[in-house]
Design a protein around this ligand. Structure first.
Ligand code: GNR
Ligand code: NI
Length: 169
């Protein structure tokens, strides 16, 4: 069990575009395992490597009620999407804030598993939202980028203040 530190907005490292995973080795499996530990402990329903300052294209998720449906997507790509849906989103990198975001309702995704095998999956509802949210992280994008500058600035200032207080404590 190993917990990784989660970067928080407005940390500039969250703006990094992640690079493709090319080595499907033990180091990758350890990272995936540590990301699950970190996500479940937080707790969250998804975590992108970007959030733990590893700039590789992988994400972990578990949207199940009983936290018994772990999913790993490596080098994910959206093959097709349809419809639109709005959902209230939160983010472990923007703790304490929730805003409505509009995204595709249904997506078809191609990704690799921990052994490098390709697979495809269809997602809708929360699963589709979560995959799109995590894939944004891999592009250096955050859900607060979809809200007004005014709201985003307010959130940034409050988090900056919290970070300063935490550093002094
Ligand atoms: O735990 C999380 N919950 C969540 C709720 C609605 C939409 C997206 C998410 S993802 C978030 C965890 C996280 O920050 N992943 O990057
Ligand atoms: Ni997030």
């Amino acid at each position: 069990m190993a917990l990784l530190n989660i970067l928080e907005f407005p940390d500039p490292r969250l703006r990094t575009r992640a690079e493709a995973v090319t080595k499907f080795d033990e180091e990758l499996k350890t990272l995936v395992s540590d990301m699950f530990d970190t996500m479940y402990e937080a707790p969250g329903i998804g975590l992108a490597a970007t959030q733990v300052d590893v700039h590789k294209r992988l994400l972990v998720m578990d949207i199940s009620e009983h936290k018994n449906d772990p999913m790993v997507l490596i080098n994910p790509e959206i093959l097709s999407s349809e419809g639109e849906e709005e959902m209230d989103e939160g983010c472990l990198s923007v703790p304490g804030y929730y805003e409505t975001v509009r995204r595709a309702e249904k997506i078809r995704v191609r990704a690799q598993d921990q052994n490098g095998e390709f697979f495809e999956l269809d997602a809708d509802g929360l699963k589709a939202v979560c995959i799109q949210h995590e894939m944004d992280h891999l592009e250096g994008k955050l859900f607060v980028d979809y809200i007004s500058n005014l709201k985003r600035d307010r959130i940034r200032k409050k988090l900056e203040k919290q970070h300063k207080q935490a550093a002094r404590a």
